[in-house]
Design a protein around this ligand. Structure first.
Ligand SMILES: [Zn+2]
Length: 383
C-alpha cells in the first residue's frame, strides 16, 4: 500500500509499525516519533485488562479519525489495508512476540524493522518462513518495540521480567523434540478458518461453517490458556507442560476474566500448546502425528492427555454450578459435526465440574458411579 509522501507499507505490517517507520522517514515532515508515541500510549489509559483503544487495529476511534484528518491520510484505504485477518487478538499490552530473523531481514531490505499483524494473533505462534517459534521482546512493548525486538538478545529468559511472569519463552517440551510441521499444520488450518466460509473436517463428508468453528476455537483457546489466580488453577496449556509452577495473577478474576486475560497475555510457547490441543479436539492429526506429540511430551518428562475427554478434565476447576453452566452454555451454538467433535471435551469439562463438587445431586451420583476418566498417572492437573 502506498500513500503519496509516506513510505510504502510492508505486507502484513501493523498500522502502528507503519507510523513508527514513517516518523523516521525524512520525507514525512508532518509526523514525529513523539506523535507516534502519544498515539500508541493511548492504549494504557485504562488498566491492563481492558483498553479503550487499540493503536494497531482500532480504526473506528476518534484518535484514528483525527490522525487521518490532520495529516490528510486516506482513512478508508488505511483501515482496509491494516485491518486484522484474525478475530483472536493478543491484548495490546501483550503484543511482544516477534520473529528475530524477519526483523533482521527488514533492517537489510528496508533499513528499519517492521512489526507484523500476524505476530499479534493468539493463534499464530510460528514464523512459517523461518520455521521458528516467535520470541519475546526483552522490554515492555512500546511504540519503539520494533527497535527493541532488534536489540533483544536471544535467548532472553529473565524470570523477573514483568512480562515473563505471564509468558514463557519456552516451556517444558523441548523445541528439538517437537515436530514443528505439526504445529504449522494447525496454525495454517486456523488461518484458513479466518479466510474461508466453509471447511471440511478430516474424516467428514459434509462441510461446516467456519464461523462456528472459529467460535468454538476461540472458546477452547481461552479455556486452555486461562490464567492461574489465587483461587483457581491455570488452563491446561499453561499447566501440563511447564517447568515449575505457573505464576499467579494476583487480581481476583472471575472465570471469564481469567480466560480473557490468559489468552490475551500468553507467550508463543503456551499458545503453541493451546493450538495443538485445539487440533487434538478437532481430530486434525494422523495417528503418526499424535504419536510424535506424545513422544515429544514423554521425552521431556510429561504425558500428553490420553483422550480428548481427559483433556477436558484439565479445565480450571469451578467455584459454583452456575459458573460451569455459564461456560457450557457458550458451546450451545455448536451443532452436527462441530458438536460431535466437541462432545468428548465437554464430557471431560463436566467431570472437572464433578471434581470441583459443584454439580447437582443427580449429576454427582452419576459421576460417582463412573470410573475415573483420567488415569491416576496424571497428577499434574489443576490445583
Ligand atoms: Zn521470520
Amino acid at each position: 500500500m502506498k500513500v503519496k509522501g509516506w513510505p510504502r507499507a510492508i505486507n502484513d505490517e501493523t498500522f502502528t509499525s507503519w507510523l513508527f517507520r514513517s516518523a523516521q522517514n525524512i520525507n514525512v515532515r508532518t509526523f514525529s516519533l513523539e506523535m507516534g508515541e502519544g498515539y500508541y500510549l493511548a492504549i494504557f489509559s485504562k488498566n491492563r485488562f481492558e483498553s479503550d483503544f487499540d493503536s494497531d487495529f482500532d480504526f473506528e476511534s476518534g484518535a484514528f479519525g483525527e490522525l487521518c484528518a490532520n495529516r490528510c491520510l486516506p482513512e478508508a484505504m488505511l483501515s482496509a489495508f491494516f485491518k486484522p485477518r484474525s478475530a483472536h487478538l493478543c491484548m495490546p499490552a501483550f503484543r511482544f512476540s516477534f520473529c528475530a530473523k524477519c526483523i533482521r531481514e527488514d533492517i537489510r531490505v528496508y533499513g528499519l524493522p517492521a512489526w507484523r499483524k500476524s505476530w499479534c494473533y493468539v493463534t499464530n505462534v510460528i514464523c512459517v518462513q523461518h520455521r521458528s517459534l516467535l520470541e519475546i521482546t526483552s522490554e515492555i512493548p512500546s511504540f519503539y518495540k520494533p527497535w527493541d525486538a532488534f536489540a533483544t538478545e536471544a535467548p532472553y529468559c529473565d524470570p523477573q521480567h514483568i512480562y515473563m511472569k505471564h509468558s514463557r519463552r519456552w516451556g517444558g517440551i523441548s523445541s528439538k523434540l517437537l515436530d514443528l510441521n505439526i504445529v504449522i499444520k494447525v496454525q495454517n488450518w486456523l488461518s484458513e478458518l479466518e479466510r474461508e466460509k466453509y471447511c471440511l473436517l478430516p474424516g467428514d463428508t459434509s462441510a461446516v461453517l467456519t464461523k462456528d468453528l472459529n467460535r468454538a476455537v476461540g472458546l477452547l483457546i481461552k479455556i486452555f490458556l486461562s490464567s492461574r489466580t489465587r483461587f483457581r488453577g491455570p488452563g491446561a496449556a499453561r499447566c501440563l507442560f511447564n517447568e515449575g509452577n505457573e505464576s499467579i495473577v494476583t487480581e481476583n478474576l472471575s472465570y471469564r476474566e481469567s480466560m480473557e486475560f490468559g489468552s490475551g497475555s500468553a507467550s508463543p510457547y503456551h499458545r503453541m500448546i493451546a493450538i495443538l490441543m485445539v487440533g487434538y479436539v478437532f481430530r486434525l492429526f494422523t495417528k503418526e502425528e499424535i504419536l510424535k506429540i506424545r513422544r515429544a511430551a514423554k521425552f521431556s518428562g510429561y504425558s500428553w492427555p490420553k483422550s480428548v475427554e481427559a483433556l477436558g478434565f484439565y479445565s480450571p476447576f469451578f467455584h459454583s454450578e452456575d459458573e460451569y453452566l455459564d461456560l457450557i452454555s457458550d458451546f450451545s451454538f455448536a451443532t452436527d459435526c462441530v458438536h460431535e467433535r466437541l462432545a468428548p471435551f465437554l464430557i471431560g469439562v463436566e467431570y472437572a465440574a464433578y471434581k470441583s463438587k459443584v454439580l447437582s445431586d443427580d449429576k454427582m451420583k452419576y459421576w460417582k458411579s463412573r470410573s475415573p476418566i483420567v488415569n491416576s498417572s496424571y497428577q499434574t492437573g489443576p490445583i
